[in-house]
Design a protein around this ligand. Structure first.
Ligand SMILES: [Zn+2]
Length: 83
């Protein structure tokens, strides 16, 4: 894998475990730095998400079967409050 291919993969998913991707990060200091910056950014975004929605972070669609998690329900509530 060359630097250009590495940077393309980095943009797609910096946490990927592809062997060629990891091998390039070990031999190319410039790309390793770019990988670390991307991972730091991912972490800061995730932490911001946790602070914004502490009860939903990490569970994603686990509550889809829960009728109280229905986004339409939230819209009905919002419309109800404006009238
Ligand atoms: Zn490189």
């Amino acid at each position: 894998m060359n630097c250009l291919a590495f940077r393309r993969q980095l943009l797609i998913d910096p946490r990927q475990q592809d062997a060629d991707f990891r091998a390039h990060a070990e031999v190319c200091a410039t790309c390793a730095q770019a990988l670390q910056r991307a991972l730091d950014l991912e972490e800061s975004l995730f932490n911001a998400l946790i602070q914004e929605y502490p009860e939903r972070a990490g569970i994603d669609h686990a509550t889809d079967s829960d009728p109280t998690a229905d986004p339409d329900g939230m819209q009905r509530t919002r419309r109800g409050k404006t009238r």
